[in-house]
Every structure is written in structure tokens, then in C-alpha cells.
Design a protein around this ligand. Structure first.
Ligand SMILES: C[S@@+](CC[C@H](N)C(=O)[O-])C[C@H]1O[C@@H](n2cnc3c(N)ncnc32)[C@H](O)[C@@H]1O
Length: 201
């Protein structure tokens, strides 16, 4: 089974795999968001995060390769009374046009191999406008102990050092790694080891 088939199968369920509420780290950054502007949500799935960003006044492009996820994203946006742009694409093939987005959000997208991740992160940095806000949350290697979501491959997990190397050129950033209790639908439930980045280009 391909990765796309696997995700299409997960998203065929009627319930929202990661819930309908935004990721807790993202929601906690509410006061840092601009009141208007363009936001890119990378591998946004059923768009719990993209829909929340739109409700904060942002013009959101939500990208993911699963059409089943985006059907549910469309329904969630309609229920919440917001509009988001949805694009079906492989995030490793997306062009990430230069200096385009005021906010770029990447929440739990740890399917990338190291080479794919380098391409994706370079694209995310390129597409952020100068002064734009970058928000990332991912699992750390300790998540292999908790097994409450995320990949099984060590090289897909994020570390503080990895984020510092990739995003050290940001004008300002803060990275936190910690353990927390997650309750995000059936997909992420229980104790988890995560690392977050909040940064400005
Ligand atoms: C763990 S889910 C997280 C979804 C969303 N970011 C959230 O927090 O609710 C990972 C997402 O990556 C998507 N995905 C996996 N590989 C992809 C790829 N190569 N290109 C685009 N999307 C991909 C899946 O369809 C899924 O929606």
C-alpha cells in the first residue's frame, strides 16, 4: 500500500482523525498572528489548523496530498463559516513561491525522509515573507517510547539541533522541547515528546 493510499484510508472515516480543534501549540500562538495576510498550512490534512487560522482573519492555503482529507476540510470550513483555499499536492513537489506568505505552519508532518525534509524546509523558509512568522511542531526521538502518534523511523523525528541548523538564519526564533499530554482525536492521544519552533524571518 502506498503512503497516499494509507492516508486516504485513514481519512475515509467519518470522524476527524486529529479532531476538529486546532493543535494546542498553534492555538497558544494566537497573539503572535497578524490580523490579516496569507498563511500556508503544510500537510494540513482535514484542516483543523487551516480552518482555525482562517477564523483568525488569515487568507489560508491548505495543502495536502489526500483528497479525502480535503473533502472533510471543506466541510469543516463550511461548518465554521470560513473560506480556505485547498490544494492537493505532494508537499515535496510544491513550488513554495518566494516571499509569499505572512505565516507558514507545519504541524506533525513527519513523513519526510531527510532529503525530502531539507527540500520542504528550504521551501517553507523561501515562501515566508521577510518578517513573516514560522510555526512548527513535531515529535522528537523520545516519541518512539511513547508511541502515541508519529512515525516509527528515527530519521523522520525532529530535534532542537535539526531545527537550529535548518532555521538558524531566521532573524529571531525560540525552540522548546518537552513532554506533554496530547488529545487530538484518535490520531494523537496520550503522553508525547515534542519540539516546537516559533520564529520570524
Ligand atoms: C499526522 S497528519 C497531520 C495533519 C495536520 N497537519 C494536522 O495536524 O492535523 C500528516 C498529514 O500529512 C499528509 N501527507 C503525508 N505525506 C504527504 C506528502 N508527501 N505530501 C502531502 N501531504 C502528505 C497526510 O495526508 C496527513 O494529512
Amino acid at each position: 500500500m502506498s503512503e497516499l493510499e494509507r492516508w486516504q484510508g485513514r481519512y475515509a472515516a467519518t470522524e476527524y482523525v486529529f479532531g476538529e480543534e486546532p493543535n494546542a501549540f498553534l492555538a497558544a500562538q494566537k497573539d503572535l498572528l497578524p490580523k490579516s495576510g496569507k498563511a500556508l498550512a503544510v500537510a494540513d490534512g482535514e484542516a483543523r489548523n487551516g480552518v482555525w487560522l482562517a477564523a483568525q482573519g488569515l487568507d489560508v492555503l491548505s495543502i495536502d496530498f489526500s483528497s479525502n482529507a480535503q473533502d472533510k476540510a471543506r466541510a469543516l470550513a463550511a461548518r465554521r463559516g470560513v473560506t480556505i483555499d485547498l490544494q492537493i499536492t505532494d508537499v515535496h513537489a510544491f513550488p513554495y513561491p518566494e516571499n509569499t506568505f505572512d505565516v507558514v505552519v507545519e504541524i506533525f508532518t513527519q513523513f519526510s525522509t531527510p532529503d525530502e525534509r531539507a527540500l520542504k524546509w528550504a521551501g517553507m523558509l523561501r515562501t515566508l515573507k521577510p518578517g513573516g512568522l514560522l510555526l512548527i511542531e513535531g515529535y522528537t526521538p523520545k516519541q518512539l517510547v511513547y508511541k502515541t502518534g508519529g512515525p516509527k523511523e528515527l530519521d523522520r523525528l525532529y530535534t532542537r539541533e535539526m531545527l537550529e541548523t535548518a532555521f538558524g538564519a531566521l532573524s529571531k526564533y525560540e525552540i522548546k522541547d518537552y513532554e506533554t499530554h496530547m488529545s487530538e482525536g484518535g490520531g494523537h492521544a496520550g503522553m508525547a515528546a515534542v519540539v516546537d519552533l516559533v520564529g520570524w524571518k
